[in-house]
Design a binder for this molecule. Sequence first.
Ligand SMILES: Nc1ncnc2c1ncn2[C@@H]1O[C@H](COP(=O)(O)OP(=O)(O)OP(=O)(O)O)[C@@H](O)[C@H]1O
Ligand SMILES: O=C(O)C1=C[C@@H](O)[C@@H](O)[C@H](O)C1
Ligand SMILES: [Mg+2]
Length: 166
Amino acid sequence: MRKNIVLIGMPGSGKTAIGKELAKKLNMSFVDMDEMIEAKEGKSITEIFKIGEKYFRNLETDCAEELRHKNSLVISAGGGIVKRKENIDYLKNNSIVVFINRHPDNIVNDVDIQKRPLLCNDINNVYKLYDERITLYKKYCDIEIINDREFIDIAEKIIQELIKTS
Ligand SMILES: Nc1ncnc2c1ncn2[C@@H]1O[C@H](COP(=O)(O)OP(=O)(O)OP(=O)(O)O)[C@@H](O)[C@H]1O
Ligand SMILES: O=C(O)C1=C[C@@H](O)[C@@H](O)[C@H](O)C1
Ligand SMILES: [Mg+2]
């Protein structure tokens, strides 16, 4: 039985790209929390946000609670997972939390704002959100990784850090 690895970070920081690579290298399954929520609700994240952010945040907490009972997964968390400490407490029950820190200048070049209701179709909100959340991402992670190069190298760097902390 292996602990999960949870990737946290801003939308567009590379959680999916790096997470899939990491899962492949470690022979673990990859799970995306946003996709889990979408599948359960039968609605897109944008549609769920139209019901209300609180409604979405409750689903996100339910999902974190559910994952505390699973293992051997690489999990990409939603960008706002750090907004509730209880989410982190649930996930830390059986996971190592890795913060993928990518500079907002790089994020704005890649992120699809249509799919990210909190960015409200204004790419400059990436900077605002990064400033609001950076302290939380740093506080709640076990390992911080700067995403400033190719995914494959980042996945390898995470594995080296995991070995150091184990
Ligand atoms: N190190 C990198 N080099 C090149 N492109 C990158 C890098 N990291 C991320 N990207 C690109 O940035 C985009 C966003 O990455 P990804 O979808 O993995 O982020 P995410 O954190 O999962 O975002 P979201 O929260 O929106 O799901 C993708 O197009 C990805 O290819
Ligand atoms: O940063 C956020 O608060 C969010 C990020 C996405 O992954 C989704 O979970 C949703 O759009 C909210
Ligand atoms: Mg993703």
